[in-house]
Design a protein around this ligand. Structure first.
Ligand SMILES: Cc1ncc(COP(=O)(O)O)c(C=O)c1O
Length: 376
């Protein structure tokens, strides 16, 4: 066991009680608690419509489908993401076209590279708020609008991230959030689709439950008595206990993100001048970020395994977010050259970050990084 784990989840007794209440209610699959979560999440993000689903990956898959991504399409996206971003396009019958990140201290999709990918025949654009950073999202939304292609936002890391008053996931055609255990709004498994378009939201609702035109909760409440199946759908429903937990955790999200911000700020001031380490470019003045990840970028040619081992020996767990997607066998492409992404992928290290991290843990991480920076 590490003295400082990479992520840590703490569920309060009141949250456990809310989940128990959901079990006591006797209605377990999507129902009133799911509807409540959707309306609260929509209010929180400012998205007119929110559709709760079983995972972030399910949210991304539905996002691709309702945005119109179809068989044979190419979707421009960063390779610096979790593989689910690419898989979602693949599930829809499309193929990702990976585009370069903005820089080694700006590991989010470059608008210029995205424009080039669109020139090469992509019919949709997907972006990722990497680590909770908004990156070039606003410019990418402008690009997508100018080219008349849908923008799908993978906002899995970005619960609470905003640019001005606009929440991550609401810049494009459709956004997808993850409630996976290690996410800022972590509940185990779960996700959310958000969109301003009522027709797209309706389609996502139907696709999440086998393509049915009504839900069993609606039939139970006798709002309707039958259903039609118009197209092939999935079982991507969330259940009531997890919806209750998500609703409870949503109420704490801003406070927890502020706690993350305080730790990130301590890390930044203690590490910004350290030789052998670079930090990501600071956010724009109007960017509020979720601080899902705190990454450091080691010097070119540094021994990352050695650096991580040195931290582990001091009790500090680290992570790598991410191996580039095009480096995996499934997405290998010998023609593709993404030197900045590849450079970042071998130099990045994620430090522990979670809201209830204690001061001694934060200091231990800083001390360990100082000790290891020379060895890396
Ligand atoms: C960037 C990104 N996209 C998508 C996902 C998929 O979310 P989930 O695990 O909830 O399916 C994750 C995390 O797991 C992620 O980090």
């Amino acid at each position: 066991m590490f003295e400082v784990p990479l992520f840590d989840v703490r569920i309060g007794e009141e949250e456990v009680e809310a989940v128990a209440d959901a079990y006591r209610s006797g209605w377990l699959s999507s129902g009133p608690a799911t509807e409540e979560l959707e309306s609260r999440f929509a209010a929180y993000t400012g998205a007119p419509h929110a559709v709760a689903v079983s995972s972030g990956t399910a949210a991304l898959h539905l996002a691709m489908l309702v945005a119109g991504v179809a068989e044979g399409d190419r979707v421009a996206m960063p390779s610096m993401s979790f593989v689910a971003t690419a898989n979602a396009a693949t599930y829809a019958g499309a193929r990702p076209r990976f585009a370069e990140i903005a820089g080694v201290t700006r590991p989010w999709l470059s608008t210029e590279a995205a424009a080039e990918a669109l020139d090469l025949g992509c019919s949709a654009l997907a972006t990722v708020s990497y680590g909770g950073r908004m990156g070039e999202t606003a410019a990418l939304a402008d690009l997508a609008a100018a080219r008349g292609v849908p923008l799908i936002e993978d906002a899995a890391h970005a619960g609470g991230s905003r640019l001005g008053d606009v929440h991550a996931g609401t810049f494009g055609t459709v956004g997808a959030f993850s409630f996976f255990a290690n996410k800022n709004l972590g509940i185990g498994e779960g996700g959310m689709v958000v969109t301003a378009d009522a027709a797209l939201a309706d389609r996502a609702r139907s696709l999440r439950t086998h393509g049915m035109t009504t839900t069993s909760w609606e039939r139970h409440r006798q709002r309707v008595s039958a259903y039609e199946i118009g197209e092939l759908g999935f079982n991507y429903r969330i259940d009531e206990p997890r919806a209750r937990l998500a609703t409870m955790r949503l109420q704490k999200l801003d406070e927890e993100n502020q706690a993350r911000a305080r730790i990130a700020s301590e890390y930044a001031s203690a590490l910004q001048d350290l030789e052998g380490i670079e930090l990501l470019e600071p956010p724009a003045a109007d960017e509020r970020q979720s601080h899902h990840l705190f990454v450091v970028v080691l010097a070119a040619g540094a021994n990352r395994d050695g650096f991580r081992r040195a931290l582990a020996e001091r009790g500090v767990e680290t992570g790598v977010h991410y191996r580039a997607i095009h480096d995996f066998e499934l997405y290998e492409d010998s023609e593709l050259e993404l030197p900045v992404t590849e450079d970042y992928a071998v130099r990045t290290v994620s430090l522990p970050l979670f809201p209830h991290m204690e001061q001694w843990q934060c200091e231990l991480v800083i001390e360990a990084v100082h000790g290891a920076a020379g060895t890396g």
